[in-house]
Design a protein around this ligand. Structure first.
Ligand SMILES: *Cc1c(COP(=O)(O)O)cnc(C)c1O
Length: 408
């Protein structure tokens, strides 16, 4: 039967490269925490584009700001100044308690930017041997998809056919402070780490880890770089996940929700002493810092602040994790997370978290597995409490259904 859904899927599969394996749903309309497919069916979006939709779909304030910008100015290049760029940089630097901002577009670009700045800082300030700068990363990381970034991925599927890789990186176990201290050499310029590993399966490190990371980095004159592309901007119940431990990094990487669910906007934020190593002409981006993106970014930050979305994420997250744990669901090994970044890890007999994801689709809820056995729940931070409860009820039913079907 040639449904509208199947027509779109066939066309996408024929003409689009096969670098994703999407669920068989064609989305055409979205508002707040909901999306609709091409057949008119409504779903509650509990994935929120991996946190990029923290403000909800088509947030009216961000849309309005963007429309104003569309009527005045959109793109300038960084060959000239523009006012939203200045405002965005000041606002974001103050919010993070850091000094300078370099806007880019995708998360991976902001990670690459941080790597370039750390290396330049190594040669110009720390005075490491030329071409020897070393950066430590953590096993199970996800920082994006460029060649240099997949160099230090520990997922074979992300790197297998893409060598040769970029020299200058090593990997240590996540959450392990002794391993970090042992891995530091005279050439080490930075430790790049996620405060919670999102793609890695919602892995929360031991309490106090981030603070100790920053202390160890200070002690050895190594930059602490926190990739908060997924954890930043209110998702975990604080504006930045590092605030849970008062562990301010030298460089902070943001993306996803910085674009308000509308534009790709990312940024590398840092202390003046580190950011100032960059000289004009050494780094750039055609679209990075464009007025349209900056206006969207400013409004995205203002919405988070005005609507106290970090407090909301903390409260709703605690409620959601409490409810899921109290439900004592069969087949669940662990419920973990912070704020509204929640992972449900399933027992092996459940056959992977995608089984529950598929049962959820039939109940009108969208959620995806990460690292095979963990279901990620990351609804928009603006979600109404009753909608969240409905979503959680669906997760509980779907879990029980899959468990009953696979138990014997
Ligand atoms: C998504 C993500 C990235 C990459 O962002 P893109 O915009 O897809 O390039 C980097 N780091 C973390 C922690 C992420 O979750």
């Amino acid at each position: 039967m040639a449904s509208k859904t199947q027509e779109v899927i066939d066309r996408a599969e024929k003409w689009g490269a096969h670098n994703y394996h999407p669920l068989p749903v064609v989305l055409t309309k979205a508002e707040g925490p909901f999306v609709w497919d091409i057949e008119g069916k409504r779903y509650l979006d509990m994935l929120s584009c991996y946190s990029a939709l923290s403000h909800g779909h088509r947030n009216p304030r961000i849309i309005a700001a963007m429309e104003r910008s569309l009527k005045t100015i959109t793109l300038t290049s960084r060959a000239f100044y523009n006012e939203p760029y200045a405002e965005f940089c000041e606002k974001l630097a103050r919010l993070a308690g850091l000094d300078m901002v370099l806007p880019m577009n995708s998360g991976a670009e902001a990670v690459e930017t941080a790597i370039k700045i750390a290396r330049a800082w190594g040669y110009r300030v720390k005075k490491v041997r030329s071409n020897a700068a070393h950066i430590i990363t953590a096993a199970g990381n996800f920082h994006g998809r460029t060649i240099s970034i997949v160099t230090f991925s520990t997922e074979e599927g992300y790197r297998a056919p893409f060598g040769p890789f970029t020299p200058g990186f090593s990997t240590i176990p996540y959450g392990d402070l002794d391993a970090l201290e042992k891995a530091i050499t005279p050439d080490t310029v930075a430790f790049l780490v996620e405060p919670i590993q999102g793609e890695g399966g919602i892995i929360v490190p031991p309490a106090g880890y981030l603070k100790k990371v920053v202390e160890l980095c200070r002690k050895h004159n190594v930059l602490a770089i926190f990739d908060e592309v997924q954890t930043g901007l209110a998702r975990t119940g604080r504006m930045f996940a590092f605030e849970h431990e008062d562990a301010k990094p030298d460089l902070l990487i943001l993306g996803k929700a910085l674009g308000g669910g509308i534009m790709p906007v990312s940024a590398t934020v840092g202390t003046r002493a580190v950011m100032e190593v960059l000289q004009p002409g050494e780094h750039g981006s055609t679209f990075g810092g464009m007025p349209l993106s900056m206006v969207v970014g400013i409004e995205a930050l203002d919405v988070l602040i005005d609507e106290k979305l970090s407090e909301r994420a903390a409260r709703l997250g605690e409620m959601a994790m409490g409810r899921l744990r109290d439900a004592k669901l069969p087949g669940v090994r662990e419920v973990r997370g912070k704020g509204l970044l929640i992972g449900i890890q399933y027992e092996e007999y459940m056959g992977g978290a995608h089984t529950v994801g598929e049962a959820l689709i039939r109940r009108g809820v969208l959620a995806k597995d990460t690292r095979v056995d963990t279901l990620r729940l990351a609804p928009s931070l603006t979600i109404e409490e009753k909608d969240l409860h409905e979503g959680l009820a669906a997760v509980e039913e779907a879990t029980r259904e899959v468990s009953a079907a696979r138990k014997h």
